[in-house]
Each structure stands twice: as structure tokens, then as C-alpha cells.
Design a protein around this ligand. Structure first.
Ligand SMILES: C[S@@+](CC[C@H](N)C(=O)[O-])C[C@H]1O[C@@H](n2cnc3c(N)ncnc32)[C@H](O)[C@@H]1O
Length: 274
């Protein structure tokens, strides 16, 4: 295996070693087969094959885990398949429990159809929830309208996978919303961490908001970079950063002028880049 130093960039964080389960899954992921999956090569929206393999390795090492995904698709099929695809999950703790949140009815129907075809529909609870503009941790951000009740039911969450909302709406809210419901030592994976300014800025804002309560690594060996955020202390509240709120207002105002009130308040997740 290559030296982790070459693979890991810490973002405003002390250089501490990656969680064991992530290290093990990184070592194993090269050998994870994806031949069971009809991978849609050329589809920029789907989780990249290397990240799919890593996710498969990670889930196979997470018996009994509670997994929450934002942004369904190929990744959901990988999660579903991994819960049943090996002896690593078949322990007394049982298979992981996966909940996936998607905003598009069209994507939800396709994913449901493919889960049914594969006989995997019972392994994932897929919820179609609209994306809304909300005041979250002193910010004006878009996120899925997941309720506190739902998060409380799921808590403590072991793994959160953030591959939605689509980039133009932003994914920064994911950690502000999920933080209290993730277990100490739990992990949030943020895909597309190579995008400047999007994910790169959100990661810096997370570090500024939560300080030592989180550790962040950006795994540059992945095609689109994958950020691993480990939650040390889920009880920490985010620091409110008023200057970011002012930037949100400017961004939202300019979006309103471009797309109008209807699309501003009830955005179509299928419009825009991944
Ligand atoms: C990056 S995609 C999520 C991909 C998903 N995790 C996967 O592995 O296939 C983020 C969101 O974009 C939207 N989306 C997915 N496919 C799309 C497409 N072909 N065109 C437009 N939007 C799409 C969906 O709402 C999806 O949740």
C-alpha cells in the first residue's frame, strides 16, 4: 500500500491517522468486485467506480451500522448490495441499516426499480424529500427537508454519505444538520471534494464551525477526491459565522434574479450540475 502521507491532505486539522475502518477499506477496495453492477460509465452524476468500491469495502466492514445517504443512485445500489454481499456483515450484529434520501421522484423511481429487480428493496429505506432553502446554524442554505424526528429515530448514526443535493444547491448544510445525530467516532463522507470553490470551501467552513470536534481528510487518490470527516464530539454546536450569512444573502439574491422565486424556494434537483 502507498504511504498514507501521499494520499491524505488534512484540512485545517492536526495530522492524525485515519480511522482504522477507513484504512482497512482503502486497503481492500482495489479488490472489491463491481462486476455485479451495470455501471453507467459516462454518467457524471453517478458515484465514481473507485468510490463505489471503497463504499462496498466500508459497508462490508460495518455490521449493524446505521447508514444515512443523501443523493440516491448508483451509490444506493452499492450500499444495498454491500449489506448482503459477504460474510463480513453476517455477524451477530446483523446487516447495516441503510436510509437514503433523494429529492427527485424520477431518480427515486429508477433506484426503487433497480433495487426491486435485484431483490434488494428490503435492504434500503428510500425517502423522497424535497430540497428547501432554510436557516441552518445561522446560515441560509439548501437541504433536504428531513425532520428532527427522523434523525432522532436513526441516531446514533455510524456513517453519513453526502452525494447530494446537487452542487449548485450546496451540501454544506449536511454536517450542521446531522452532527448531533452521528455517534462519537462516526464518519461523514463527502464526495466531489476536488471542487473549488464548492466542497473545498464547505470543508473549511466545517472546520471553522466545529474546530477540534471534527477531523477532516481529503483522500486525493480518488478520481473526484473523497473527504472523510470523523466526528469526535457530536454535541458541539457550530460557531455562528455572520459574515457567511451575509455571503449567503448575496448568493441567494443573485440566484433569485437568475431563476425566480419558484425555483429559488422549491428547486428542481435535476436542473444543474452534479
Ligand atoms: C451527484 S448526484 C447523486 C448520485 C448518486 N449518489 C449516485 O451514485 O448515482 C446528486 C443529485 O443529482 C440529481 N441527479 C442524479 N442524476 C441526475 C441526472 N442524470 N441529471 C440531473 N440530475 C441528476 C439527483 O437528485 C441526485 O441526488
Amino acid at each position: 500500500m502507498k504511504s498514507m502521507k501521499n494520499l491524505v491532505l488534512t484540512v485545517n486539522s492536526n495530522r492524525v491517522s485515519l480511522p482504522n475502518i477507513v484504512m482497512e477499506s482503502l486497503e481492500a477496495n482495489k479488490h472489491e468486485p463491481l462486476d455485479w453492477l451495470d455501471y453507467p460509465y459516462g454518467d457524471n452524476y453517478a458515484l465514481a467506480p473507485d468510490a463505489c468500491r471503497f463504499l462496498q469495502a466500508l459497508i462490508r466492514r460495518s455490521p449493524g451500522a446505521t447508514v444515512l445517504e443523501f443523493g440516491a443512485g448508483i451509490s444506493t445500489l452499492v450500499l444495498a448490495h454491500s449489506t448482503v454481499c459477504g460474510s463480513l456483515c453476517a455477524t451477530s450484529q446483523g446487516a447495516p441499516m441503510v436510509v437514503s434520501i433523494e429529492a427527485s421522484h424520477q431518480i427515486s423511481r429508477v433506484v426503487e426499480g433497480r433495487l426491486n429487480e435485484a431483490g434488494l428493496s428490503s435492504t434500503v429505506k428510500l425517502n423522497c424529500l424535497p430540497i428547501k432553502l432554510k436557516l441552518i446554524a445561522g446560515r441560509l442554505l439548501y437541504f433536504y427537508s428531513i425532520t428532527i424526528d427522523k434523525l432522532e429515530q436513526l441516531a446514533p448514526i455510524d456513517l453519513v454519505i453526502v452525494d447530494g443535493p446537487p452542487g449548485h444547491l450546496g451540501r454544506e448544510a449536511s454536517l450542521y444538520i446531522c452532527m448531533p445525530y452521528i455517534k462519537p467516532g462516526g464518519i461523514l463522507l463527502l464526495d466531489d471534494a476536488d471542487r473549488v470553490p464548492l466542497e473545498q470551501v464547505w470543508l473549511q467552513n466545517w472546520k471553522a464551525a466545529f474546530g477540534d470536534a471534527i477531523n477532516i481528510w481529503v483522500l486525493k487518490e480518488f478520481e473526484r477526491y473523497l473527504a472523510v470527516v470523523q466526528i469526535e464530539d457530536p454535541k458541539t454546536c457550530p460557531k455562528i459565522m455572520p459574515w457567511l450569512f451575509m455571503a449567503d444573502v448575496r448568493r441567494i439574491w443573485s440566484r433569485f434574479r437568475r431563476v425566480g422565486l419558484r425555483e429559488l424556494l422549491a428547486p428542481n434537483p435535476m436542473k444543474g450540475p452534479p
